[in-house]
Ligand binder design. Sequence first.
Ligand SMILES: CC(C)(COP(=O)(O)OP(=O)(O)OC[C@H]1O[C@@H](n2cnc3c(N)ncnc32)[C@H](O)[C@@H]1OP(=O)(O)O)[C@@H](O)C(=O)NCCC(=O)NCCS
Length: 184
Amino acid sequence: MLPSFTHSNTLRLQLRPLVMQEARELLQVVQTSRETLGQYMSWPREMTDLDHARRFVKMGREQWMAARTVRLGIFERETGLLVGNVELDAVDPRRRQAELGYWVRADRTGRGYAGEAARAMLWYAFETLRMHKVRADVAVGNVASARVLDKLGFVREGTLREDRLIGNDFVDHWRFGLLAREFH
Ligand SMILES: CC(C)(COP(=O)(O)OP(=O)(O)OC[C@H]1O[C@@H](n2cnc3c(N)ncnc32)[C@H](O)[C@@H]1OP(=O)(O)O)[C@@H](O)C(=O)NCCC(=O)NCCS
């Protein structure tokens, strides 16, 4: 099991794993943001019922136990609302590398939430897990996400050709990377 997450409270957000009772709220958030989320990620198109949302929550817990993924809900501290998700996936202790991912519900974008949540996750990755490098893959054209990474100090390292299936198309992805010594 991965160590517990120690940066749960940021200025405006609380980051913590979802509990099963929150699967319904997750489904609602994904339903209302499906168009924007589904543009650059495949799974929101598939999350259409409560069972799927429950599996998403369950899988997050299992993967944490398996020391593979840290998946956290992003909650707005002021309202308690679930506003998104941030995760560190494919944690590889030998290579000391992991992959960052995030999304924010459509009616809460443009407030810096993704960057704030990602920064807390990067502290955990570098300080707690002692990762050497964190990577992030962004669909070519997803300028908002690329900007989030730019602001965190990530470097664009190249383009992965037709790397992930989104809908019916294999989509090119920009590979971004951040080294531990570059993070501050
Ligand atoms: C990408 C996403 C996570 C950004 O979340 P967010 O909380 O709005 O991000 P932030 O507010 O921290 O930063 C967004 C930055 O992108 C910029 N931006 C947003 N839309 C943009 C666009 N169309 N063109 C250029 N820049 C854009 C914003 O201006 C901001 O930069 P700034 O602070 O310099 O003004 C959110 O839009 C989202 O969930 N998108 C769908 C899912 C997704 O793409 N996830 C990432 C997969 S790699």
